[in-house]
Structures are given as structure tokens and as C-alpha cells.
Design a binder for this molecule. Sequence first.
Ligand code: AHR
Length: 506
Amino acid sequence: MSKTSRVVIDLDVPGPTISRHLYGHFAEHLGRCIYGGFYVGEDSDLPNEGGIRLDVVEALRALDIPNLRWPGGCFADEYHWKDGIGPKAGRPSMINTHWGDVEENNHFGTHEFMALCELLGVDPYVNGNVGSGTVQEMSEWVEYLTRDGDSPMVRQRRANGREEPWKVPFWGIGNESWGCGGNLRAEAYADLARRYATFCRNHGDNKLYKIAAGAADDDLSWTEALMKAISCLGCGREPKNIFQAISFHYYTVAGTWENKGRATEFDLDDYYRTIIKAQDVDRVIRGHSAVMDAYDPERKVGLVLDEWGTWWDVEPGTNPGFLFQQNAMRDALVASLHFDVFHRHADRLVMANIAQTVNVLQAMLLTDDDGGLVLTPTYHVFEMNKRHHDATSVPVHLVERPAPYELDGKSMELLSASASVKDGKALISVSNLDPSSPADVVLDLRGADIRNPAGRLLTASKPQAYNTATDTAVAPVPLTGLEADPRGLRFTLPPHSFATVSLGLV
Ligand code: AHR
């Protein structure tokens, strides 16, 4: 039996801008994300430019990706950038001890990453090495990338074939410094963050937005230590302008780290636990925001969720250190509900990066070495939500909705929604998270007249459905049955589905 929900949307009540950077991405030297995913080398038979796989670029360009974080992750804190410049034959190799204990030949380095960013049309987000790198090394990387004129690093860059400096807006000061990035205590890292950030200079008109490495999940004490390092509680002074944002990481791990469960083989309780865990990101963001509000009530310091997404057991037969997992309709719903939460918190949450873009964790694309390329269900959520980029969020109230589902003493909302307006149009995203029942939805649209409503739907025969090179089980189709209602619009969503409705505003 279907359940009717009424969603009130105030189209004329502007909320914060939804930064396009909430739709950011992450590419680490991990498994087949860089090598075999983005980068196949100039000698590959696959169409490439400078070794960068062009079908991957083309598929990702359709998402209007705003930024790409690189080179890690845990890898960032053992990466030494000078090993990845100059003629490839002369680049030293290293062992990627975090991810598979495999040899890294450094063929994809700074110039290749910047070329990838240019092909994708994205802003680079470079994550520097605090854990095993020096202040000088990080400072020189910034100089190499962004300085014009004449200087030691500029001369090296030019000798390596790049005349002009690049623009690098985003800079990470280490990664997970409480763990793989050095096992530091919060106060110790806070001091290092201040020190490293100090020597990451703004060269010319390149202004770095420096992001301090933040907490795991809801470790609010880590966030507080970083806020204390640049601000004071209730003193009314602006935070010191040393770093401009603090990150945190939140993964949807439905089971335990030892037994995370399979991406495509799960039962209904696994499904509910996953959605419950994903919805909890709202509480976690609220927690970090509340701590930051106490030190920075004017919200000058940004909150950045630079790793998020589902994390399952690796696919059988694959290297456990490569984190290769399939991606099902359930993953798409995890993404769609994250975006609803992100839109609600757009006044503090300024950037988010899904982990990761290709072949690792909750990927957009799965590739093989023979030229196969699969668009995952998650890919389609990013594509369907594109009009939210830099749009104005508007309030959404689930005035009537199905009773939350209860499991293990936790509750799960069965419907999720968000909306934004931009250039005389609105985009409304709605997810029916109920795995078994359709949802009748009435959009109670207030504050504007509407015209030309059109909807798109992403669903599948079951939440376990996924795409392969030979079988596309999950792809968007037109949303049929969109009807005028005295309040606005009405439609029915099938179980486990995601829809977007676009409207002209009069
Ligand atoms: O995304 C995979 C890993 O997860 C990253 O390297 C690390 O930062 C996190 O623990």
C-alpha cells in the first residue's frame, strides 16, 4: 500500500547558497583509481591524452564536477611530490604501504594531476603531506604550482615544461592526522596545522583556501581543538586567518569495520541499517557546526566533508588493499539523502568530496583495462542533481510523512527531500527510501506559480540492482504520472527510488 507524504516547499524564502563544491570528488593513489582508472599511460591502446583516459574524462564532464582532491587520503601523508615531476624514466618509485603494499612508480604526479583537472574543468584541491613531509617541502610545492616570475621552484616547473603557474584554490594540511596521517593528538596536530599553513603562501593572486585535517565522524573534541587554535570561545573576535576551513570524514559503514557487508548482496535489515547510518550524517554535521558556532558565530570558517560515501567489503577475488566495490541502487540512495542533508547545512558546509571517483569505494565509474566503463547508480544521482550547484536552497518541510521505520532502537525516515531555485527555475529532489512500498508525494508549492514541470526517476527492480558493462539495470528515465494538484504537484515514487522535479517559476 502506498503512503502519502506532503512536502511543503517555500519557493520564495531564500536560504543559503548550495556551493557547487558540495559535489566535489576525490582521487587517491589507491587501487585502480589513478592507475587503470584515470591514468593508463601514453602507450595505452585506449584513447588518452598524456596518458589520461578520455572516456573517463568525457563521462565525468557530464557531471560538471567542481573540484578534485588528490593525492590522498592516507597516501597524501607519505607522498613526496618531488618524486613525481620531471621525465618519467627518472622518477623514483616508492611502496604504497597503506594501499596494497604495491609499488608506485610516480608516473602520475603534479603535472599529470593538473592536466587532469584542466581536462575535467575542475578546481584542484591538493592535499599536502604533514605526516612524513616537511614544512619546506609543502611550502615549495605551493611555490612550484602557483608562483609566477622567477624563483627556484618556478625555474624547476619551467624546466619540466610548464611556463605559467596554475591556479590552486584548495589546499589540505595533512589527512586524518589522528590516524594514518601521524597518530597525533588533537592539540599536537592543531599546532602543526598552524605552522604548515603559515608557510603555504599566497603567491601573486593565487589565494589558498587552506583546510585543516579534521575529525573522524562525530569526534567533536578534534573540531573544538582546531577551533581553539584559531579562535576563542565567546570573545567576539574573528577567527585568526591561518586556515580557512576544517574537514571531517564520515563513511557509511553499515556493519563493523571487520565485516562491512557486500555491496550487492544484502537483506532488508542490512538495507535499513545502511540508510540509518547514512542519515546520521545530519546529526554529525549539526554537532560539528554547533562547536564551530560557539567559536565562530559568524560562520567565517568552513566545514568540509572531504571524504564520504559507502564502504563495503571488497569484491571477492580483488586485492583487499584496493577497496574495489560494486555500486547498487542502495548506494544511489545513500548519495541522494546525503545531498539533501548537505543542502540543509549549506550555511556552514562549504565542500564535500565523495570517496572516490573511479574504481574505489563509492565510485561514479568502474573501468576495466579492456576499455569497459560502467556508469554506477551513484553517478546518476550526481548528474540528476546538477542544477543544485550554486543554487539558492529553499526550505522544505515534510509536513505529512510515513512513520519512521524502527530498527535496533534507531529510526529511519522513509522520505527525504530538498529544493533549490536558480535562474527562474526550481529543482526538487525526492527519495523514497522505503525498500518495499511506493510513496504518493504531494509537493505543496508555495511562494511562486509554476510551469512546465518535468521529472526524472532513478530506480530499479531491487535495491541490490547494479550496472555492468553488458547490463544497465539502473539509469534515469522520465518520471511519469506527474499531475497538477490544488497545492502544486502530485506523483508516485516506486519503492527505493530517487526523483528530481524541475519547474519553471512565474
Ligand atoms: O578513502 C580511503 C581512505 O579512507 C583514505 O585514504 C583515508 O583518508 C580514509 O581513511
